[in-house]
Ligand binder design. Structure first.
Ligand code: ASP
Length: 339
């Protein structure tokens, strides 16, 4: 074989590995941009999926990544990429965020979202909102236009409306499939079952972390919370340090899973702190937290994260996690453990 032919084959092999395996190529140089998303972790198994459903998930994840990547490639800001990418996922009934959010025990939808900017380590969040079409836009407004970090309930809605976020009736979020899920969970509950072992315990929250050309990292997360939640329960998604974290000196993280555990173990912050204090790489920090701390203590879920060089991590201790990433010459979308 001629040497030039050999080199061409070797390069294409390397490229195809980086595009298909989901294990990105580690880089010491900062890439010009990177974006990673999740659409929730949980009992996601190939045998529970129809080919049409799988196709729909992959297409929507790719559509969201296309949007975010186009913004970053064009020199846009990480915060715009995160908000626009999450809006696509919020508007899709496939995910537990925005349209298609899970139901509370009372048959309503209460939404939580947060965003954090690694440049100034400041952020914004809303919890328990019922009428904001895209809660991630309300979180951004809290970050950019208030002196606060977290607003809740009616006050958060009034603020979002004042700042021009689109308002809808609560019924906008309703979908048949989430209503059926509520009925199944409530039927199990009336028989005294542990709700989190039920097949409906797919979490389905959405999240995105982006690194832009300026080296800024932004992370965002949006959710309907957990099916059958009661008493205005709020999970980790609107809690900076648990569901979302970003610091340009370490990494950005968006979580999905059983929120109570993510709050108790400050999961997103713990990952960044291990990098800052212990000198862990992103991969080591995420592994230790998701497969160590969290799993050992009974918490299920996962995170997507990226560091300041654009290294990507997408780890989960559940059966699967809807996920994907893009960076120059690399792309991946996956649902199950290995694909
Ligand atoms: N973490 C979210 C919560 O506990 C749920 C999810 O990730 O889907 O509210």
């Amino acid at each position: 074989m001629r040497q030039s032919t050999f080199i061409v084959i070797a390069i294409s092999l390397l490229l195809s590995m980086s595009c298909n395996s989901g294990k990105h190529v580690k880089s010491d140089e900062r890439v010009s941009y990177a974006i990673v998303i999740h659409g929730g972790a949980g009992t996601i198994k190939k045998e529970h999926m129809t080919p049409e459903k799988e196709k729909a998930y992959r297409a929507k994840l790719n559509e969201a990544l296309d949007r975010g990547e186009a913004i970053l490639k064009g020199g846009g800001l990480a915060i715009d990429a995160v908000v626009e990418t999450i809006k696509i996922l919020e508007n899709s009934p496939l995910f537990n965020a925005g349209k298609g959010a899970v139901f509370t025990a009372d048959g309503t939808n209460e939404l939580d979202a947060s965003i954090m900017n690694g440049e100034d380590t400041n952020g914004g969040a809303v919890a328990g909102v019922k009428t904001v079409k895209n809660p991630i836009t309300a979180a951004r407004a809290v970050y950019e236009k208030s002196n606060h970090v977290l607003l809740t309930g009616n006050g958060a809605e009034a603020f979002a409306q004042k700042e021009g976020c689109e308002i809808v009736d609560n019924t906008y979020f309703n979908t048949e499939s989430r209503l059926r899920a509520l009925e199944r969970v409530q039927a199990k509950e009336s028989q005294g079952s542990v709700i989190l072992n039920h097949p409906d315990s797919k979490f389905g929250t959405v999240g995105c972390v982006a690194l832009d050309r300026n080296g800024n990292i932004v992370a965002g997360t949006s959710t309907g919370g957990m099916t059958n939640k009661k008493f205005n329960r709020v999970g980790d998604s609107p809690i900076l340090g648990a569901g979302t974290y970003a610091d340009n000196t370490t990494c950005g993280v968006s979580s999905t899973g059983h929120g109570e555990f993510f709050i108790r173990y400050a999961v997103a912050y713990d990952i960044a702190a291990r990098m800052a204090y212990k000198g862990s790489t992103l991969e080591e920090a995420v592994d230790d937290v998701i497969h160590g701390t969290l799993k050992e203590r009974g918490g299920s879920g996962g995170v997507v994260a990226l560091d300041r060089k654009g290294n990507i991590s997408m780890e989960f201790n559940t059966e699967g996690m809807y996920r994907g990433y893009r960076k120059p010459n690399e792309q991946f979308v996956g649902l199950y453990k290995n694909e």
